[in-house]
Ligand binder design. Sequence first.
Ligand code: FES
Length: 102
Amino acid sequence: MGRIAVGRTSEIPEGKMQKATVDGRDILVANVDGSFYACDDTCTHSGASLSEGTIDGTTITCGWHGAKFDCKSGKLEKFPAKIRDLRSYKITVEAGTIFVEV
Ligand code: FES
């Protein structure tokens, strides 16, 4: 599909994340110490929006049942049951605009 603009760097402060919908797909964009990362926003456990959870470093925690994922890789870090990793996406920033490759 290509590279899609999902927002401005000024809209996501450090340590925050927000959801962007790209071609019907919900993607979480996170600002970790000034670097931007993107992964699926939908938790692979029961479908919560991960951007409504919390973030600590690169670890995002689902607000529903506490699954932890790395927002850089999409890998599951911690959950009592085996659930799928998230898909991660390449990000580029140009002139303050954040682009996700989907
Ligand atoms: S929906 Fe995310 S941990 Fe259950």
